[in-house]
Ligand binder design. Structure first.
Ligand code: IMP
Ligand code: MG
Length: 184
């Protein structure tokens, strides 16, 4: 039987490496937000796995909500605009919002979602991404407070990240074999 991971050319981050780093981030956030009113805001759909691990790695009472955004619309290159498909549901007035993203690439998604969250009048807004791509020049340079890993400028899948909505359920982060794209 063909396994999902057989489509990978290489593994960049193993399940264990991701789990260790998420626990570290959770511990750091727990320290930083003691006595605050933390609300995690996960960006659908890519941040789902990271959000569900991170919320359980934070040992403070806190809430989470979800917003919907997409910029890729299939393929492996950003199309240059961000579509919002779901707003925040929770009342954020005076609370401490922490936006949770799968990957900080061009920065467009973070920037659009931060503007959206700002409209809800939180007391503070910070950004958190499990991955940051090392791109030569970023469209929007942002101060991302929490970063899991820096990765090379390659298209990756797994741990929530997709290629045409597949591979999100891979437990590791990796690069697909070139023939997977060639099949298109
Ligand atoms: P940005 O708006 O360019 O920073 O990109 C953020 C969004 O693009 C992420 O939420 C992902 O959905 C998608 N994305 C960026 N790089 C990759 C990648 O290497 N693999 C899969 N999706 C990616
Ligand atoms: Mg995506």
């Amino acid at each position: 039987m063909r396994r999902l991971e057989d489509d990978l050319e290489k593994v960049l981050l193993t399940e264990e490496e991701l789990a260790i780093r998420v626990r570290e981030l959770g511990a750091q956030i727990t320290e930083d937000y003691r006595g605050r009113d933390l609300v995690l805001i996960g960006i659908l759909r890519g941040a789902l796995m990271f959000l569900s691990d991170l919320t359980r790695a934070i040992s403070l009472p806190h809430a989470f909500d979800l917003v919907g955004a997409s910029s890729y619309h299939g393929g492996t290159a950003s199309k240059g605009f961000v579509r919002i498909s779901k707003d925040v549901d929770m009342n954020l007035e005076g609370r401490d919002a922490l936006i949770i993203e799968d990957i900080y690439d061009t920065g467009r998604t973070f920037s659009v979602i931060r503007d959206l969250v700002r409209v809800h009048n939180p007391r503070s807004i910070e950004l958190c991404a499990i991955l940051r791509k090392e791109v030569p020049s970023r469209t929007v340079e942002l101060d991302v407070k929490y970063i899991g890993f820096d990765i090379p400028n390659e298209f990756v899948v797994g741990y929530g990240l997709d290629y045409e909505e597949r591979y999100r359920n891979l437990r590791m982060v990796g690069v697909l074999k070139p023939e997977i794209y060639a099949k298109k």
